[in-house]
Design a protein around this ligand. Structure first.
Ligand SMILES: C[S@@+](CC[C@H](N)C(=O)[O-])C[C@H]1O[C@@H](n2cnc3c(N)ncnc32)[C@H](O)[C@@H]1O
Length: 167
């Protein structure tokens, strides 16, 4: 699975998870939307939740994230080609937003999406570059496995409802 990031560059470069992935050749950064190839776009504003069915949407298989500050991550920033999908309920493990649902770093979002697509070892490879990376898989182990077993977005939402009700 190819991993691409539209890199805005308005966040602290020392803490930027996308830059670190690119340093290890684990993702490709793009400085403009025009240069960013189409893929399944991880967009927290999207109406549809990501599900295993989305894997088939793009050939070659490609995930795209937008790395920018959460301050500027408005819906209009996500003008990127391809189907846009929101990740279902998952909890951040990074030190800045630890325990916060939905507000993930770029590496957590990519790793979460890979797990939904059944690509867990690829997700582990990304997260291994971060001190707290394994915690993301530990905190979200059960929901990630259940989302990966879903047929479509409707099933994913039904599973998500259980976690939201327990919040
Ligand atoms: C707003 S940026 C913040 C990046 C942070 N500066 C870093 O170093 O990782 C995080 C990106 O991950 C993806 N993402 C995070 N949470 C998401 C969610 N709940 N649904 C879909 N995509 C999400 C989006 O592409 C989002 O723009």
């Amino acid at each position: 699975m190819e991993l691409h990031v539209r890199y805005e560059g308005d966040d602290d470069p020392d803490k930027c998870t996308a830059r670190k992935l690119a340093r290890f050749d684990l993702a490709t950064l793009h400085r403009s939307a025009r240069e960013t190839p189409p893929g399944v776009v991880l967009n927290p504003h999207a109406e549809q939740a990501l599900s295993p069915a989305d894997r088939r949407d793009i050939t070659p298989e490609r995930l795209v994230a937008l790395d920018c500050s959460w301050e500027t991550a408005e819906a209009e920033q996500f003008s990127l080609g391809g189907p846009h999908r929101a990740l279902p309920f998952l909890v951040a493990a990074n030190p800045v937003n630890y325990g916060t649902p939905f507000q993930l770093t770029t590496v957590e979002a990519l790793a979460g999406a890979l797990c939904v697509f059944g690509e867990r070892s690829h997700a582990e490879e990304l997260l291994a570059k971060f001190r707290w990376g394994h915690t993301f898989l530990e905190l979200n182990d059960e929901p990630l496995r259940r989302y990966a077993d879903c047929a479509d977005s409707g099933d994913v939402i039904a599973v998500q409802e259980e976690y939201l009700a327990a919040e």
